[in-house]
Design a protein around this ligand. Structure first.
Ligand code: HEM
Length: 311
């Protein structure tokens, strides 16, 4: 319930921001938005953003407060789950916030919860969804991925790091899924000082958005079949899949690259091995293909699939 509310508020904030950012100039795969200060103007969209941000903040702080009180039995059940173990770490470490953190202990809890729960949950979940859709519509790849999954499951092998590292086909399928449907389809950077980008003068305070989804579909980089599902482009690893190699960045790039990318890849492999070894997936006649940019790139009308239990 909390998660659903949290996620919906987040989406609304992004939609409100998009509505207020009508003055961007498109330059290939990079949008330059000159508007950091604009946030403080009392426009309708900005007021909506502030209201929603405040609601998200209160939702998080209420859960954190209940958590540290720990009275109800529901809470006692929850505390045993992984999410709440993580929440406990965040709440505890907020008591000793690092000196470099410039906000209050409450800000520390809110910022970290936003990073971990937004960045870590929805992204991985939506990637599994797209993976299953692509495997359902490409049965030959589904068979190959299943053969690999059954191979590692044989004899009840533990899915440890070494086993997961050996999953070549499933890794390629995930990498190709992240290319076609990168969940975090935009990364942003703020110019901390005036600088030049190509022929453009970028003033301090400008927000630069890099459209990952557009880089990933560029035919000059990936070839004429850029829009097709061809996992074997990653046969020699992600770095060799395109030229220049940083045109593939589902997890971002540089010092702020995704902190959870290895965890995400492991989670995705475990989930796919488990699902493919037990079920077959086929497209449902009710599926309407409509990838939508909300907080992540997600199916606009859900992802109905025909799922059959394997003998
Ligand atoms: C398929 C799954 C995932 C994708 C595609 C993804 C993608 C991204 C992207 C594009 C960024 C921005 C990087 C940049 O600005 O250069 C990011 C940041 C981040 N991600 Fe992920 N992510 C995923 C899963 C996770 C998971 C599982 C966690 C943790 C549990 C996580 C934690 C973070 C954090 C904390 C940041 C902020 C890093 C920073 O600003 O220093 N992500 N992620």
């Amino acid at each position: 319930m909390f998660w659903q509310q949290f996620r919906n508020r987040g989406r609304n904030i992004l939609q409100a921001q998009a509505a207020s950012e009508g003055d961007f100039s498109a330059r290939c795969t990079c949008w330059i938005i000159r508007s950091v200060e604009k946030k403080s103007l009392p426009t309708k969209a900005n007021r909506e953003i502030q209201k929603l941000e405040q609601e998200v903040r209160l939702l998080i702080l209420n859960v954190a407060k209940e958590h540290s009180r720990g009275s109800s039995s529901e809470h006692d059940d929850c505390i045993k789950t992984k999410h709440n173990g993580l929440l406990r770490s965040i709440v505890n470490s907020a008591r000793h916030c690092p000196a470099s953190f410039r906000g209050s202990a409450e800000d520390y809890i809110v910022d970290n919860c936003k990073s971990i729960y937004f960045a870590g949950h929805e992204t991985t979940a939506v990637t599994v969804t797209w993976c299953l859709m692509l495997l359902a519509t490409h049965p030959a790849w589904q068979d190959r991925a299943r053969a690999e999954a059954l191979e590692v499951c044989r004899g009840g092998t533990e899915l440890d790091v070494d086993v997961l590292r050996r999953l070549k086909t499933i890794t390629m399928v995930i990498q190709e899924t992240l290319r076609l449907y990168p969940p975090g389809s935009l990364i942003m950077r703020e110019a901390l000082k005036d600088f030049k980008l190509g022929g453009l003068d970028i003033p301090r305070g400008t927000i630069i958005q890099i459209a990952i989804a557009m880089l990933h579909l560029d035919k000059d980089v990936w070839g004429q079949d850029a829009g097709e599902f061809r996992p074997d482009r990653f046969a020699n690893g992600a770095a060799a899949a395109c030229e220049p190699s940083h045109m593939y960045l589902p997890f971002g790039h540089g010092p702020r690259i995704c902190a959870g990318q290895n965890l995400a890849m492991m989670e995705l492999k475990v989930v796919l091995v488990r699902l493919l070894s037990k079920f077959a997936f086929a497209p449902s006649p009710g599926y309407r293909h409509a990838p939508l940019f909300r907080l992540t790139v997600e199916p606009g009308f859900g992802m109905p699939l025909v799922v059959t239990k394997l003998p």
